[in-house]
Write a protein that binds this ligand. Structure first.
Ligand code: NAI
Ligand code: MG
Length: 399
């Protein structure tokens, strides 16, 4: 029997392509696992009216570790039109299976590392003193609360009477919105619970301690968003004082943080934030290390379930190329995060070293690394295909 069982969810579009490549790398690295395929994505929405079938949830509940490619989402009306005719008119409403997974398993901790590889032509550079070009080394890990806040889904346009009445009890609401007709109001709430806020903060501090980072930066806005960001800052101070006194706590405002990340990104290590600010700051840092071809992620709950996925989507326009051109590194890096989660840290480190060597040598580069617009002829122009990139990483693994 294999040591680990992994639930693989390729999903849609290039999810199918890159997930397969990551499995080739895992196998070449000697990772001892068996894989159980699970259905997710557009095809299952169309055929069954559910992009996240119960059988997939059951497999994840059973095996606890999932490797996920990407899915395609479309707006409500378009989704309804694409349903199998036998399912139409039954009131089925499409919702994203990623959000569904997060909610079902309460995957409240999301981790998004952004570290630059030496020799990546997509690395952020800046002008230094005397006009010299500097290429700061970036090694940032973003901890994003994954289930609450502005993405919690508690929102209304023309709110129900009892909600409106409750809002009218707040003096600021009366002053700023009391004159607006109710039907012209849209309200999206930002709700933080103490428990989930503590969990993401602790996860960030523990990671900083384990990996030897000297600071944790809270990227929120406590001076303006006093209740939610304010609670997060207060808890961060308490948790640090009680359990992590050796780690510095830096408090930055999200807007200022977005400016600083292009001024001095090398100053930051572990960053922690609520759902939306975590989403924003992680995309910001991902842009400095090569973008979607390099951005990996993990999501966990408190019961030992971990799902690992690149942050890019299904890139439908590249899904059906006869020779695939997309960069598999974000997916392979996500598989490395899975290895870390399973305690196979040595194997993860070997794969990361192989990726680093391929990038540093610079002989094999996918189209994004060559700054080419994506098209089938990038291969003739010297870009590596998805498979060639994987082959080269595997070759380096064996060196
Ligand atoms: P996308 O991430 O799929 O693609 C945007 C662009 O990024 C692509 O056109 C391509 O230029 C580049 N790109 C993406 N992955 C790449 C890779 N591995 N290598 C090189 N270049 C890469 O985002 P888009 O086009 O906004 O959405 C396409 C579909 O994916 C939509 O249906 C969307 O809902 C879904 N989506 C799914 C996500 C997920 O499964 N986690 C996340 C984001 C979007
Ligand atoms: Mg995002």
């Amino acid at each position: 029997m294999a040591r680990h069982t992994i639930v693989t969810m390729p999903g849609d579009g290039i999810g199918n392509i890159v997930l397969k490549e990551s499995l080739r790398v895992l196998e070449a690295a000697g990772f001892d696992a068996e894989y159980v395929h699970a259905d997710i994505g557009w095809e299952f929405w169309r055929r069954e009216g559910n992009p996240l079938p119960q059988r997939t949830l059951d497999l994840i509940a059973k095996y606890k570790t999932g490797l996920f490619g990407a899915i395609t989402s479309k707006p409500k009306e378009e989704a309804a039109r694409e349903l199998d005719p036998s399912l139409q008119g039954k009131g089925l409403v499409y919702s994203s299976p990623i959000v569904g997974l997060r909610q079902h398993f309460n995957l409240d901790v999301s981790i998004r590392p952004c570290h630059s590889y030496k020799g990546n032509p997509l690395n952020f550079i800046r002008r230094g003193p005397g006009g010299i070009i500097e290429e700061p080394e970036i090694d940032v890990v973003i901890f994003r609360q994954n289930t609450e806040g502005l993405y919690g889904g508690v929102e209304w346009t023309d709110p129900p009477e009892e909600v409106y009445k409750a809002l009218m009890t707040h003096p600021k609401f009366v002053k700023n919105f009391g004159h607006v007709p109710k039907e012209e109001l849209s309200v999206s709430t930002r709700i933080f619970s103490r428990r989930a806020t503590e969990r993401i903060l602790r996860a960030a501090f523990e990671y900083a301690r384990d990996k030897g980072y000297r600071s944790v930066t809270l990227a929120e806005k406590p001076n303006v968003i006093r209740e939610t960001s304010g609670m997060m800052y207060r808890l961060a101070k308490e948790i640090r004082a009680a359990d992590f006194p050796e780690i510095e706590l830096w408090n930055t405002n999200i807007d200022a943080q977005m400016m600083w990340l292009t001024k001095n990104p090398e100053h930051y290590g572990v960053i922690v934030a609520g759902n939306m600010f975590g989403d924003i700051v992680s995309d910001g840092f991902a842009g400095l290390i090569g973008g979607l071809g390099f951005a990996c992620s993990a999501q966990f709950n408190s019961e030992g379930i971990g799902i690992f996925e690149p942050t890019h989507g299904s890139a439908p326009k590249y899904a059906d190329y006869p020779v695939s051109i997309v960069n598999p590194i974000a997916m392979i890096e996500s598989a490395c995060m899975m290895l870390d989660f399973l305690g196979e840290t040595e194997t993860a480190a070997r794969i990361r070293r192989a990726i680093a060597t391929v990038i540093a040598e610079g002989k094999v580069r996918t189209y994004d690394m060559l700054k080419m617009p994506g098209s089938p002829d990038v291969i003739e122009k010297g870009a590596a295909s998805t498979q060639q990139m994987t082959d080269e990483i595997i070759r380096k693994l064996k060196d």
